[in-house]
Design a protein around this ligand. Structure first.
Ligand code: GLA
Length: 393
């Protein structure tokens, strides 16, 4: 295990193309966000404690470096238009300094609309002012959530019923405005679009300065919602790559409403999708199983592979789904998924994925080499479970 991890670390460094050095999000961003667990109750203390725990558990060293405050930190704007925080966040600059002192990065949240989804102050009309303020606080990541900007879009639609693109164009312009404002600060700030996939952001996201964009509506802590989002990503792989990622939303692992096998499916699907890995649980209450899922080095290495290719569906039949992701050095990651309520056999024909003469098969979750295999590889997969493989020559 150790030598393999060290080897993949060394490969990672030596294989990074010169061009992607210094690029924001050369590999999918990883970190933690307050929303999925704390939602509107989050406090400065919760965020500091999340930063501490990322370090203590080893999650930071496994790659989870962004600490993102989601909605509900905002207070009111003053007469000069300066947005203040509310009483749960007494000092954002100090919070940013604390996060940075732990070797982590600081993320924040706003909306192009007048109000955020939680009904707090958004950035409409204050984009440059807000961007400068974030840069002053040492912010490294902005999640920009459509929310009440949909009211502006509805207005334009009603005013220009003969212009079908007017509303979407207005939205894209609003996202560009903040993208430009972030760039103008001179601070490298990762720009994460959250607009639920409206008007195919994978086609215009890079053009407004974004490094990632949500592709769907919100996830929740249920197997049904998680797989509906995960498996709906089929066909999007060509839009992802170093510096620009599809985002099927944050992780629910550790929030308690899925079984261990279901969370294993969640992590496996997200790493095959080269998805941003933003944990959304209470880090102070992780079970050993949660830690093993979130910190399996080989699973993370699939997500973070330097080729930067998103995986895609190889085939689907009934409750079986097989997904593959090309990795560096000619390796292929394969996920065999069983969506049924019973344990079932799921197979992949190795010759169909480029291993006509067979390949060496590694089982990622069992952390076991399965030796050289040729032809059809079959495994018995528990209900709602997965087998995650890496096949190499
Ligand atoms: C939207 C987003 C969520 C979260 C909430 C906050 O629903 O999609 O991820 O940021 O708003 O209000």
């Amino acid at each position: 295990m150790r030598s393999l991890a060290a080897l993949s670390g060394a490969l990672l460094l030596s294989a990074v193309p010169a061009l992607s050095q210094g690029m924001i999000a050369a590999t999918p961003p990883m970190g933690w966000n307050s929303w999925n667990h704390f939602a509107g109750r989050v406090t400065d203390a919760d965020v500091r404690s999340a930063a501490d725990t990322l370090v203590l558990t080893g999650m930071r060293d496994a790659g989870y470096t962004y600490v993102n405050v989601d909605d509900t930190w905002e207070g009111k704007r003053d007469a000069q238009g300066v947005l203040h925080t509310n009483e749960r966040f007494p000092d954002m600059k100090a919070l940013g300094d604390y996060i940075h002192s732990k070797g982590l990065k600081f993320g924040i949240y706003s909306s192009p609309g007048a109000k955020t989804c939680g009904g707090f102050e958004g950035s409409l009309g204050h984009e440059e002012q807000d961007a400068k303020m974030y840069a002053g606080w040492g912010v490294d990541y902005l999640k920009y959530d459509l929310c009440s900007f949909q009211d502006e879009m509805r207005k334009v639609k009603a005013e220009h019923p003969d212009e079908p693109d007017a509303a979407n164009n207005l939205m894209i312009a609003a996202y560009r405005k903040m993208g430009d404002a972030l760039k103008a600060t001179g601070r490298p700030i990762l720009y994460s679009l959250c607009q639920y996939g409206v008007d195919q952001p994978w086609k215009w996201g890079p053009g407004v300065g974004a490094q990632m964009w949500r592709t769907t509506d919100d996830i929740d802590d249920s197997y049904g919602r998680m797989i509906a989002i995960g498996f709906s990503q089929a066909g999007l792989s060509k839009y992802a790559g170093p510096g620009h990622w599809n985002d099927p939303d944050m992780l629910e692992i550790g929030n308690g409403k899925m079984t261990e096998e279901e969370y294993r499916t969640h992590m496996s699907l997200w790493v095959l999708l080269a998805a941003p890995l933003i944990a959304g649980n209470d880090l102070s209450k992780m079970t050993e199983a949660d830690k093993n899922l979130l910190m399996n080095k080989e699973a993370i290495a699939i997500d973070q592979d330097v080729l930067g290719k998103q995986g895609d569906r190889l085939y689907q039949s009934g409750d079986f789904d097989v997904w593959t992701k090309p990795l560096s050095d000619g390796r292929i990651a394969v996920g065999l998924f069983n969506r049924s309520w019973d344990n079932r056999d799921v197979s992949v024909d190795l010759s169909e994925i480029g291993f006509r003469d067979g390949g060496r098969v590694r089982d990622v979750w069992r952390q076991k080499d399965l030796g050289r295999r040729t032809g059809v590889f079959t495994d018995t997969i528990p209900r709602h479970g997965v087998t995650l493989l890496i096949v190499s020559k």
